[in-house]
Design a protein around this ligand. Structure first.
Ligand code: HEC
Length: 144
């Protein structure tokens, strides 16, 4: 009798284990707010040294990231600048900046989408978020 009870107990444990394994992991829902929050962390690590915490930049060296038409209106251009860097020496909102921005192509599409979503919704900017697919389209090759 004891053996049967033990047998049933172990079978039910196995059944429960199988049932739990089959249960799909709950799908994570990403939100614009979550993207912007992750983007803030990327900004601190990758961009803040030049563009400063408040996005104000450094006069004549690094441009500010606000009151700037490209940041609010030209997603493709700013994605491309993060991917390829910029040392064009063309005026930005009428000013020249002498520092050079290196390529940040080593960041994932998600990280670039997050950081630009953060920039486009910070420092007084009120533009929509950028998705990893939009970064992927500009990059032109597959990367996470
Ligand atoms: C080494 C300093 C440096 C770092 C780090 C840096 N940038 Fe820049 N960034 C610059 C400079 C300098 C320019 C302007 C270059 C020029 O005028 O040729 C620029 C230009 C830009 C522009 C274009 C502005 C416009 O209106 O054309 C954007 C957008 C930008 N940076 C975003 C970022 C983001 C986002 C990061 C972090 C992922 C970043 N930068 C990291 C120095 C930097």
């Amino acid at each position: 009798m004891k053996k049967i009870v033990l047998g049933i107990a172990s079978i039910s444990i196995i059944i429960v284990a199988i049932a739990q394994k089959k249960k799909p992991a709950p799908k994570k829902i990403d939100t614009p707010m979550a993207s912007i929050e992750r983007g803030h962390a990327v900004y601190i690590k990758e961009c803040m040294s030049c563009h400063q915490e408040d996005g104000g930049g450094v006069p004549h060296l690094n441009p500010p990231l606000y009151e700037n038409q490209d940041i609010n209106n030209d997603k493709k251009k700013i994605i491309s600048i993060v991917l390829k860097g910029m040392s064009d020496r063309v005026p930005i909102e009428g000013e020249y900046y002498s520092n050079s921005m290196a390529s940040h192509a080593y960041l994932t599409n998600q990280e670039i989408a997050d950081v630009l979503s953060y920039v486009r919704s910070s420092f007084g900017n009120h533009a929509s978020i950028i998705t990893p697919d939009e970064v992927k389209a500009v990059r032109g090759v597959k990367k996470k």
